[in-house]
Design a protein around this ligand. Structure first.
Ligand SMILES: [Zn+2]
Length: 210
């Protein structure tokens, strides 16, 4: 089990990578990690995520109460704690605003049908939560209905959330989501999105669960 300082360094590194890859801009996005049985470390609200230091992060308990840190926790931590409560297997959560994946929801186009093999095997079927005003409990409400069966959820007209056993996994899921969205976008630009061969989507999704 990494120390809390190591986890904080990982969160800072993940935020820098999210920014470098255009998955967040400005103060957007938030990342959290389990740091104990009733302790989580989260990014602070209102601070550019590209240049965080480990000491900028905030420790909170499962109710969202601040345990340590001079800044305020992420305004979306309510979404994170909804997920942690429903998914004891989840150790880290990444919320970002990936442009292509978000554009699909803005355009009203679903990403649920698996058409890219690697994505089906790693992130499974991509769900989309109904629209909710950012920072309100409704965001967690929409995700709660989906997160038991999905690790990656697009937030309608907003962004996406990815959860995994650790920070690298959650980040990788977010990256895979955006890469998949871009691939489908290119296919649509080329004229059509063809389905996988019959039965193949189900086989790939089942392989992921194993
Ligand atoms: Zn957001």
């Amino acid at each position: 089990m990494p120390t809390e300082y190591e986890l904080r360094r990982q969160v800072v590194e993940i935020c820098r990578r999210l920014y470098d890859r255009g998955l967040i801009v400005g103060t957007a996005g938030n990342v959290s990690v389990r740091a104990g049985s009733d302790r989580f470390v989260t990014t602070p609200t209102g601070v550019p995520k590209a240049h965080l230091e480990p000491g900028d992060l905030v420790a909170v308990d499962a109710s969202g109460r601040k345990l340590a840190g001079s800044r305020q926790p992420s305004s979306e931590f309510a979404l994170h704690r909804t997920i942690y409560a429903l998914r004891p297997d989840v150790g880290a959560i990444v919320h970002a605003h990936p442009a292509a994946a978000t554009a699909f929801s803005v355009a009203g186009v679903s990403l649920a049908e698996p058409v890219v093999t690697e994505a089906a095997q790693t992130i499974g079927r991509i769900a989309t939560a109904p629209y909710a005003t950012p920072g309100t409990p409704a965001v967690g409400g929409g995700v709660a209905a989906l997160v038991v069966e999905h690790d990656v959820i697009v937030l309608d007209h907003h962004g996406a959330v990815a959860c995994g056993k650790d920070l690298e996994t959650a980040f990788g899921f977010m990256e895979t989501l955006e890469h998949t969205a871009r691939t489908v976008l290119y296919a649509r630009m080329l004229g059509q999105v063809l389905p996988l061969p019959a039965g193949e989507a189900d086989r790939l999704l089942a392989a992921r669960l194993r």
